[in-house]
Design a protein around this ligand. Sequence first.
Ligand SMILES: O=c1ccn([C@H]2C[C@H](O)[C@@H](CO)O2)c(=O)[nH]1
Ligand SMILES: [Zn+2]
Length: 137
Amino acid sequence: MDSGLLLQEAIKARMNAYTPYSHFGVGAALLDKDGHVHHGCNVENAAFGPTNCAERTALFRAVADGHKAGSFQAIAVVGDTEGPISPCGVCRQVLLELCSPDMKVILGNLKGDMTETTVGELLPGAFGPSDLASANK
Ligand SMILES: O=c1ccn([C@H]2C[C@H](O)[C@@H](CO)O2)c(=O)[nH]1
Ligand SMILES: [Zn+2]
């Protein structure tokens, strides 16, 4: 599936965003190795802190459905931003945990702007799963 089509799936996912506080809907579409798409939207909370971003909703949903860490091909994210949306720090850390560093990340907005990056580029110098390896020997 090409980047434009995956971004279209993220736009569809955004329609389910639950955003009574920010009124800022975000959609994500995560492509697995078999070519299936897992959709996510942001889900907000009156206590603010429990809010889940669209990216994490898609990732956690796929993992809960039995898909393994590292088995994803790409993720697309879209919001109503001036330029392509920029994932928050928490989502960058979760992407690094569950996806390979060279996995494609497609970022877009509703105007049709689009850019591509990778999980590793989004979080340089990250503390990741390999940093805990020595403690678990
Ligand atoms: O990449 C992003 C950036 C923000 N949000 C959500 C969190 C919150 O619900 C709203 C405003 O920050 O947008 C996402 O879901 N993904
Ligand atoms: Zn986030």
